[in-house]
Design a protein around this ligand. Structure first.
Ligand SMILES: [Cu+2]
Length: 127
């Protein structure tokens, strides 16, 4: 069965940060600015991706952070990218986003850190 041309259900969540395709996206949480940048752009499936999280202020954070990649409302298997501290305020890691068999493209990247309030960024992934 081909899923090409499948229409998007109106109940499907909408990306809040297609800005990720053109530049970094920032959230203010727990008194800090948390910025996610994904390269190369646009973000595509099955591509070797670089994830960079910048935190300001960056005090009292661990030397590694975990970035959880998921699809809102759909179990896709665990996909977590370990982000290593590269400078006093940046953490970086590499990962791949698989193509969803349903044809949906909305993904969510959550920085798993209670210190940061677990900031989440949703974005569409291009073919
Ligand atoms: Cu999926």
């Amino acid at each position: 069965m081909s899923l090409l041309g499948a229409t998007t259900a109106s109940s499907e969540p909408i990306a809040d940060s297609n800005a990720l395709h053109s530049g970094p996206c920032t959230k203010k949480l727990a008194g800090r600015n948390v910025t996610l940048e994904i390269n190369p752009k646009p973000v595509r499936h099955m591509n070797d991706l670089s994830f960079r999280v910048t935190v300001d202020p960056s005090t009292a954070l661990p030397s590694a952070l975990l970035l959880d990649l998921s699809m809102p409302g759909m179990p896709m298997g665990k996909n977590q990218v370990k982000l290593a501290k590269k400078s006093p305020e940046t953490w970086e890691g590499r990962g791949v986003i698989v193509r969803c068999m349903s044809g949906r493209r909305l993904w969510k990247a959550t920085v798993l850190s209670s210190d940061l309030g677990n900031p989440a960024f949703t974005f569409d992934v291009r073919d």
